[in-house]
Design a protein around this ligand. Structure first.
Ligand SMILES: *Cc1c(COP(=O)(O)O)cnc(C)c1O
Length: 342
């Protein structure tokens, strides 16, 4: 890893790209007259948001103990996934590697960018086979490996993540969208050790701010600077930036949110276990369960009939539905409906 040279993995056109720089955002002024951006002088949201997102990065820097120049902020982590692929993967030439099953958006953005998607099939306990990983990455030479832990839609964490970071000749993106629910440590702690690592986190799950569309990437300052170069200058709006800063300032809220969700997860687990229609509940380190039913079509149809929306993963994951923890009232309605199935 010592010899890792970020730029040797970056597309040429991206290396040569001049970032759009907002003079206003890159300098400090005491009492500026702003006549530089063709904005309106009137209204509540008349100004462009800070393109460098420095206030949020300052907060995140303290919260995550990472220098601010190692943080990028995106319009959800979805945008960051898209940007990472655009930075490293030459269209119609390069490929990405992802676990299967895992979060569909990696494959989606890769396909939009004209990149092949190599699938790393998980075993029956949804674990990675290390030999399979080495074989697929050596043969296919993918540029980016998306490692989701805890994994969506299976719910389990990936063990021995460092093995994959060490043994991948390219960029490893560890997507930690559900890390707050897990008892595992964040891979942010590994950034000093591995220059090919990007950690993604989001405000959409534990923080309860899916509507704000804010995600963050933590990586080397080189990779973060590439993300800043390719992103749309005003990619996160000022309402969302302020909301997220507010949420960080009221950390008890997120802590309570996580506690409540985990309490609902254990309630759901117990209730689901008592149901005849349930064949298996896969262990989860996230805010959802992957549940295997004896008659998945019947269960899914019954839930839908009662306007209870869940995520059917069958036939890709045979017999399985992904169900996230809701409020106690919502979870009770789910269980009551499932009880009516013979
Ligand atoms: C929900 C989720 C995200 C979050 O995406 P946002 O764009 O930040 O809302 C990212 N990765 C995974 C695996 C997810 O399940």
């Amino acid at each position: 890893m010592k010899d890792f040279n970020t730029n040797s993995f970056v597309r040429k056109n991206i290396l040569e790209l001049q970032p759009y720089l907002s003079f206003r955002d890159l300098n400090e002024f005491k009492d500026p007259v702003l006549l530089d951006a063709n904005e309106s002088a009137f209204g509540e949201l008349n100004r462009y948001p800070d393109s460098t997102q420095k206030n949020l990065k300052r907060k995140l820097s303290v919260l995550k103990r990472v220098p601010a120049d190692q943080i990028a902020v995106g319009n959800g982590s979805d945008e960051l996934i898209d940007l990472i692929i655009k930075i490293f993967c030459e269209p119609n030439e390069d490929s990405i590697l992802m676990m299967n099953p895992s979060f569909a958006m990696y494959g989606f953005y890769a396909t939009v960018n004209g990149n092949k998607v190599l699938l790393l099939n998980l075993n029956e306990n949804f674990e990675i086979d290390k030999d399979e990983f080495l074989k697929t990455s050596n043969e296919g030479q993918p540029k980016v490996f998306f490692l989701c832990s805890p994994n969506n839609p299976t719910g389990n964490s990936v063990e021995d993540i460092e093995f994959y970071i060490r043994n991948f000749n390219g960029i490893v993106v560890v997507d930690e969208a559900y890390i707050e629910f897990s008892d595992k440590k964040s891979c942010i702690d590994l950034l000093k050790k591995y220059p090919n690592l990007i950690v993604l986190q989001t405000f959409s799950k534990a923080w309860g701010l899916a509507g704000a569309r804010v995600g963050a990437a933590y990586s080397s300052s080189e990779i973060i600077s590439l993300i800043s170069t390719v992103k749309a200058p005003y990619n996160v709006n000022s309402l969302s930036l302020n909301k997220v800063i507010e949420a960080i300032d009221q950390k008890e809220f997120v802590e309570q949110n996580i506690k409540n969700t985990l309490a609902e997860m254990s309630w759901l687990n117990e209730e689901l276990q008592c149901l005849k229609s349930v064949e298996k509940i896969y262990p989860s380190a996230a805010n959802f369960f992957l549940v295997k039913f004896e008659d998945v079509e019947k269960v899914y149809a019954k839930l839908l009939e009662n306007e209870i929306l869940t995520s059917k993963r069958s036939p890709k994951i045979p017999g399985c539905i992904r169900i996230n923890a809701g409020s106690r009232e919502e979870n009770s309605r789910l269980i009551e409906t499932l009880k009516t199935i013979a």
